[in-house]
Every structure is written in structure tokens, then in C-alpha cells.
Ligand binder design. Structure first.
Ligand code: GAL
Length: 823
């Protein structure tokens, strides 16, 4: 539940109106994201008001300079092969009307990547290392009213500060706040629901009130609860005496009759509007979205609103593929909608505090979240990692994360770390205890957790016993043993599978090992990867055999930039080598590629996590030259049985759960070489061009089909928009799938045409991509090579309503045009 202050209209009045005599009652936050100046250079004294910045580049934030590229093997592939490091400056000029002289003025950054120092008019106001933390600085003493003011931000990100692509820049949102001397400060509300019943819920709203005046003040705090239709359902009003120059907390217990609960997939939200009223005038207004729901963690499972819920979760890094790390609400929402289509109901924000936008999306879609703070404590995984800052910053970063995020109904646990190396150290538990206590101190309504990959070391040194709910990474073979030895422990698979594959790429005869020649991994999802990885069904089976486990979080939901395993090896010796298999520079782990196209594995998860009848078949059916040869055909389904047809001829029915498919597997605790999967149905059929069709049956009745046809020669481009009308907000996006098709509309599964784009009207081409983790093409060019027949163009609307027209052309293909309305 985003907490923010209101009204763009009043904001406009405040700064630009000529009617200065007009009483502005409620002050608004200023959208401070436009018209920054940027330079990627270490300019001496760039904080000074007077330096000449006229030749700096004009940018809007959120901005990620590294995503602009170019990819280079001189950059570390582990960090995405992109230029994430170096000194850079952002400056912004602004004026504040003299009528605001008595106001409190501050600037809030949602996140700056990273090592930022902020200056106002040459004065240093603060620094922050951790790029994922939000922060606010008071500018009041330094503002020159009616004159030019300059905010200057210096960044100094380093390579190998993370094991993935962090992005670089002011990559989250910024706002300027003008407050009355008495106001509700940053993260000023803390809303919990101590009692929830069907006829009423008690909502506890704790509000911070800040009085910057040197006099005692009498105010009224009025909190109004609105339902999803903006109808008032409850109000509480308290008279309060505020001591001079003080900050105090006021708790209001408000009863909401007949509450509609927040739930997975049914995300009912309420809004609390907190008003500070003085002499009958509202002088501050603060809005908090929240939900009413109960969570319980028992050794038998996780319960939401009293009902047991199996966590079908995904881990996700924060980048948005071709858009980089620069936060965008719609891109984030699209990611999570695709995850929901796969059947996911839970997210672990690996391994750092997410954007506020991500939590808003999860609140609004009904997805539960593990909010994770750290990937390192004091022990280094990468040379410039968080270990350098842990002693000084960990407490503040953790407290700030919780204060920022604790009103989101989606958040169900606080994770204090991922695979932190203190697991193997004798005194590691002391840090865990310290962090655990901080979490409980800031929020006692949610349990703590962490992801442990050292087993049994993290149990033996007692670290795992310091937290409430134990996450185990990649250890399905030990779930039963953990339970046996810790009968009361609440636990789950905090990271699972890490199978790797490439959308559209198939190798047969099926190979046991990942091939090193192609920089691509077969989408049959059978290859054995690094030692800790295993196929999805190993986890499905372990969860089934251990029903007390809360569920699993697969690594990862979407492919991400950086960590191109299995290419480049895995090295924790911190010397930074990772480029052995260049040009691989993005992950292969996920069931969805870097641009959001499902791989075959997406449907394997769907077959396990959803109930709406579905059936999937692979591979594609264009095997020219292999006529008559046997081709392995796999089908994933949640139906009882599947029948396979080639050109209308049945190759027989296979029964889910009875007929098995032998696949390679070899993982921690299992050295068998192969397993018989009950989760995949398969046939070997001689190839003949034409139609490959599967029919799924439930109770003997056909309920789902999928058919792939051998594609003819590439003939045309097809453009498909995820949304054909978007908001003219300057931020909204339309994601256009670009397909190379034959005359009859079949996808040409091997097409690799270079597609050129032209955009006109009220929008621009924001990024392009194709999901190839080894492609060095720029995300910001106006062309992209199709990867196994597909690519993606992302259009962004301007603030002027109208139309955006995208035309795609390629040699030897009929071109295509699509028009998107913006309003
Ligand atoms: C885990 C780690 C993740 C990622 C994953 C790849 O050990 O926690 O961040 O590196 O391995 O399989």
C-alpha cells in the first residue's frame, strides 16, 4: 500500500498559480521526476550552484544509464555485461515560490543505485550506500525562495557490488515535499488489523505527527477509511496536543463493519486518508492503501484468512529486462500478471528490498510477498558487496525497509537474508538474532525468515533457529530429515529448481549435459546444469511428500540480466571472473524469457499450479531433413490424460501420474542420473510435416487442445499488443509481440529476421528485445533480430492523448502496422 500525498491540481496551484492570495489548504508532493541533467563523469564541485551544466544531457527519472549499453566483455557478465560502474552526476534546477517560506521542504528518493551523495545549493545533505533503500532529506534550511535552487546527486556504483545486474542511476522515483510545519512525515502511518471477523474488523492506525514549531499546538487527527469504491466506511477523529519541536505517535482503533478481506487473486483494498486539521482547516493529508486479512504460520502450513494456502512462489530480481532497472509500474504489473497466468501466487523479492511499485502491484493483484533485505552480511560473496557497509548501515536499511513496506497486505514475511555466508560460521547466529529482533521491533505482525543453502551447517550453528520460518534453498532431498529432526519447525523451499533453458531451442537426441557450443540450453528441460540445480518435478514431488512444507519459490519467475549460468561458471572466490562463455550475459533459469515470452517450462508449472484445463506440447514441428526420424514429443497438462495426434493419426493416450517420462537428474542428495517423472507425458514419433496435436481429457471428456503446424516459408510480420489502449501518462507502456509467420499465420519457429521499427504519433519506442540471453543487440535500437520467430517492441505513451503507430519491416517479409490509442 503506497503511502503518498495528494493532488496534482493543488501542486500545480502551489507552484505556478498567479493567485498568490489563494489559501492553499492541503500541500501536495511535487512530482520531481522530470527535467534532470545528467553526466557520466567525475566533475569536480558538481554540487555547486554555479557550475556550467548547460551541456549535460536532459533526462527524466527513473533512469538507468547502464541499460543504454553497450554490452561488452570488458564489463562483468555477472553484472549483465553492461556499464554499471563509475562516477555520475544528476542535477535539477527548481524554484520555490516565496509564499512557501514557512513550509518544511524535503526531497524523497525511492532508490538511487548506488553510493549516492545528495547536495542542495552546494550543501551536503546526506549519503546512502544501498541502492534499494528509500530515503528523504530535509532541505528547509537551504532553500532560496523565489530563486534558482539546485539539487545535485553524485553516484559511485561499483562492479561486483551484486551477483546480478543492479542497474545504475536514479532508477526509482523522486518527489519534492512541501509540508506545513505540522505534518505527517515519511512512512507516517502503520496500519494493522488486530481483529478480523466477518461482521467487523478492528483497524489500528498508528500515525506519526511532527510539529516543527517552537510552540505547543492543538490539532485534530481525522482518519477516514474508504472502501474500494471510495465510499467512507469509518471515521475516527482525535484532539491532540503536540509538544513544541516534537514527533509523536497517535493510535486510532477503527472498526470497519462487514469487511471484505484481501486474498490471493481477490485483492480487496481499503484506503486510509489521514488529515491533520488545525483551526478547522486541513493542513496535511496523507493516504495509505491497506488490506484486511489474517496470516498464520503453523508447522502444518501457511493460512491466509484461516484457509490453508500452498505457496506456489517465484523469486525475482528487480530488473525489467530490456527496460533495465528503471522502475515502471506497468512493466512490473505485466511481469506479475504473467506469473499469475503460470499459477504463481507468491513472490520472494530476491535478494533486496523491491520497488514500492512491485508491492503495489502485488497488493492489487493478490500475490503474497516475502520482502527480503540482504544477500550479504559481513562475509563477502562479491568484492564490492554489502559486507563493506553492513556494520554501518544494516540496521538502518532493515528498519527503513520495514517502515516503508509494513502497510502492504501482500507482505507476509520479512527475510533477513539469502544464503548469507555466516551460515557456516560459529557466531553467525548472533547477527541473525540481531536482525530478527529488529524486524520484530518494527513489525510484530509478520514472522521473519531467511533462505539457507548450507544444510546442516546453518542448523548446527543455530542460525536457522533464530528466525521464525526457515527457508531452505535447493534441498528437497532433506525435507523429511529436517522435519524429523525439528518436528515443530515451520519451513518451505525458499529457492528451488534453477533448471535452465532457452525459449524455442531444442536438442535431440536428448542430452544429459548442457552444451557449451551454442550458449543456449535445450527447452526439453532435461539437461543437468550446475550441481545444485534440478528439474521442477523433483520439487513437485518433494512438496507432495512433505505436505507440511509451506510451498516453494522457484529460481526465478523471469529471466534477468546478469548471472548467465550455466555459461560462465559460478565462482564465489570474489575475483570476478564470469566471462568465460561470453556473449552470455543474462540468466537462463526462468520459465519465462527476458522479454516475457513463456518457455515450455512455463506450462510445466501451469500444469502443477493451475486447475483450469490446459495442455501443452513441445517441440515445434519444423524438422525439415528429419522426415521419418523419431522425435521426442512432451506434453504438460493438468488433465487426467492426453492423446497425441500427428496428421490426425493417434499415437495413443497417456495417463498423468501413471505414465512416466525418464529425464536426467543429478542434484544435491540425489546421484541417480535419471528419474521417472510423473509430471510429463511423452511419445517418440517419426517426423512428418503437418500437424502435431494434443488433446487433454478429464473424466474421459476432451477439455483442452493444442495444435502446432509445420510452418511454411516466412512470409509476414504479425504485431500483437498486450493492450491496445493505454494511458497518456508519459509512463504507460504497450508491449507488442512481433511474430514472423508463414502465409497461414503459423509462427516460423526458426526465423531470425532483422526487424526494423518506425514509431509515429503520441509515443515512442522505449525498448526492444528478443529473449536471447547471449544477444549483444542494444535494447534501445529501432531494430532487433527475431529469436526463434519472436521479438518484442515496447511503446511508451507521451502525455498527449492520441495514437501511437508502430510499423515493423524486414527484408523478404510483408510488413505490419499497429495503432495504439492513448487517452
Ligand atoms: C542461489 C542464489 C541465487 C542464484 C541461484 C542460481 O544459490 O541464492 O541468487 O544465484 O543460486 O541458481
Amino acid at each position: 500500500m503506497q503511502t503518498y500525498k495528494l493532488t496534482a491540481l493543488l501542486l500545480f496551484l502551489m507552484f505556478f498559480s498567479s493567485c498568490q492570495e489563494k489559501e492553499i489548504e492541503v500541500l501536495a508532493d511535487q512530482d520531481f521526476n522530470k527535467n534532470w541533467l545528467f553526466i557520466k563523469d567525475s566533475i569536480p564541485n558538481a554540487e555547486a550552484i554555479t557550475i556550467d551544466d548547460s551541456n549535460w544531457r536532459k533526462v527524466n527519472v527513473p533512469h538507468d544509464w547502464a541499460i543504454e549499453g553497450p554490452f561488452s566483455d570488458k564489463n562483468n557478465a555477472r553484472n549483465g555485461g553492461l556499464p554499471i560502474d563509475g562516477i555520475a552526476w544528476y542535477r535539477k534546477h527548481f524554484t520555490v515560490d516565496a509564499k512557501n517560506k514557512n513550509k518544511q521542504i524535503s526531497i524523497e528518493f525511492d532508490g538511487v543505485m548506488d553510493n549516492s551523495k545528495v547536495y542542495i545549493n552546494g550543501n551536503f545533505v546526506g549519503e546512502r550506500h544501498y541502492g534499494y533503500s528509500g530515503f528523504e532529506y530535509d532541505l528547509t534550511p537551504f532553500i532560496k525562495f523565489g530563486e534558482n535552487n539546485v539539487i545535485a546527486v553524485q553516484l559511485a556504483p561499483e562492479i561486483l557490488s551484486e551477483r546480478w545486474y543492479p542497474g545504475a542511476g536514479i532508477y526509482r522515483k523522486v518527489r519534492l515535499k512541501l509540508n506545513e510545519p505540522i505534518h505527517i512525515p515519511q512512512w507516517g502511518t502503520y496500519i494493522t488489523t488486530p481483529k478480523v471477523a466477518s461482521n467487523k474488523a478492528v483497524v489500528s492506525v498508528e500515525t506519526k505527527l511532527k510539529n516543527t514549531l517552537n510552540t505547543t499546538e492543538n490539532i485534530v487527527l481525522e482518519t477516514t477509511i474508504l472502501d474500494i469504491n471510495n465510499t467512507t466506511v469509518a471515521v475516527s477523529s482525535n484532539k491532540i496536543e503536540l509538544a513544541k519541536a516534537s514527533e509523536q505517535k497517535e493510535v486510532q482503533k477503527i472498526t470497519v463493519p462487514n469487511p471484505i478481506l484481501w486474498d490471493i487473486g481477490k485483492p480487496n483494498l481499503y484506503t486510509a486518508v489521514s488529515r491533520v486539521i488545525k483551526d478547522n482547516k486541513t493542513i496535511d493529508e496523507y493516504t495509505t492503501e491497506f488490506g484486511i486479512r489474517t496470516i498464520e504460520f503453523k508447522k502444518e502450513g501457511f493460512y491466509l484468512n484461516g484457509k490453508a494456502v500452498e505457496l506456489n512462489g517465484v523469486c525475482m530480481h528487480h530488473d525489467l529486462g530490456p527496460l533495465g532497472a528503471a522502475v515502471n509500474y506497468r512493466a512490473t504489473e505485466r511481469q506479475m500478471q504473467i506469473m499469475q497466468q503460470m499459477g504463481a501466487n507468491a513472490l520472494r523479492t530476491s535478494h533486496n528490498p523491491p520497488s514500492t511499485e512491485m508491492l503495489q502491484v502485488c497488493d492489487r493483484l493478490g500475490i503474497v510477498v516475502i520482502d527480503e533485505a540482504f544477500d550479504e552480511w559481513k562475509e563477502a560473496k562479491v568484492p564490492n558487496g554489502y559486507h563493506k557497509y553492513f556494520d554501518k548501515w544494516a540496521e538502518k536499511d532493515l528498519r527503513d525497509m520495514i517502515k516503508r513496506d509494513r502497510n502492504h497486505p501482500s507482505v507476509i514475511m520479512w527475510s533477513i537474508g539469502n544464503e548469507i555466508l555466516e551460515q557456516g560460521k560459529k557466531d553467525g547466529w548472533k547477527i541473525a538474532k540481531m536482525l530478527n529482533d529488529i524486524c520484530h521491533n518494527e513489525d510484530n505482525t509478520r514472522p521473519t525468515t531467511a533462505g539457507f543453502n548450507y544444510y546442516p551447517a546453518s542448523f548446527k550453528n543455530k542460525l536457522a533457529y533464530q528466525i521464525d520460518v526457515v527457508g531452505v534453498n535447493y534441498k528437497p532431498a532433506y525435507y523429511a530429515e529436517i522435519r524429523e529432526q525439528n518436528p515443530d519447525m515451520i519451513f518451505y523451499g525458499s529457492e528451488t529448481s534453477s533448471q535452465t533453458s532457452t525459449r524455442g531451442y531444442y536438442e535431440f537426441p536428448l542430452k544429459e549435459r548442457v552444451s557449451k557450443e551454442t550458449n543456449q540450453v535445450s527447452s526439453y528441460d532435461v539437461n543437468i546444469g550446475p550441481s545444485w540445480t534440478y528439474p521442477p518435478e523433483v520439487e513437485f514431488e518433494a512438496q507432495k511428500q512433505n505436505p507440511h512444507s509451506l510451498g516453494e519459490f522457484i529460481w526465478t519467475g523471469f529471466d534477468y540480466l546478469g548471472e548467465p549460468t550455466p555459461y560462465g561458471g559460478r565462482d564465489n572466490s570474489t575475483n570476478g571472473y564470469w566471462n568465460d562463455d561470453w556473449p552470455s550475459h543474462a540468466s537462463y533459469f526462468a520459465p519465462v524469457d527476458l522479454v516475457g515470452f513463456p518457455k515450455d517450462r512455463f506450462y510445466l508449472y501451469q500444469s502443477q499450479w493451475t486447475t483450469e484445463p490446459m495442455v501443452h506440447v513441445l517441440p515445434h514441428w519444423n524438422w525439415e531433413g528429419k522426415e521419418g526420424q523419431n522425435i521426442p514429443v512432451y506434453s504438460y497438462t493438468n488433465c487426467d490424460e492426453v492423446e497425441l495426434f500427428v496428421n490426425g493419426k493417434s499415437y495413443g493416450k497417456k495417463i498423468k501420474g501413471k505414465d512416466t517420462t525418464t529425464i536426467f537428474a543429478e542434484y544435491n542428495g540425489f546421484k541417480g542420473g535419471t528419474i521417472d517423472s510423473k509430471y510429463r507425458l511423452s511419445w517418440n514419433v517419426p517426423y512428418q510435416p503437418g500437424s502435431l496435436k494434443v488433446v487433454g481429457y478429464k473424466n474421459g471428456k476432451p477439455v483442452a487442445t493444442k495444435e502446432i503446424k509445420t510452418a511454411g516459408k516466412p512470409y509476414k510480420i504479425k504485431l500483437i499488443a498486450d493492450r491496445t489502449t493505454i494511458n497518456a501518462s508519459g509512463e504507460d507502456l504497450s508491449f507488442i509481440t512481433v511474430r514472423v509467420e508463414d502465409k497461414d499465420g503459423n509462427l516460423c519457429p526458426k526465423a531470425n529476421h532483422l526487424i526494423n521499427f518506425k514509431v509515429s504519433g503520441n509515443g515512442n519506442l522505449e525498448a526492444v528485445g528478443n529473449g536471447n540471453s547471449a544477444s549483444l543487440e542494444s535494447f534501445q535500437a529501432n531494430y532487433i533480430t527475431s529469436f526463434y520467430g519472436k521479438s518484442l517492441a515496447i511503446l511508451k505513451a507521451t502525455e498527449n492523448p492520441g495514437e501511437i503507430t508502430l510499423t515493423a519491416t524486414a527484408d523478404n517479409l510483408t510488413s505490419a502496422t499497429i495503432t495504439i490509442k492513448t487517452k
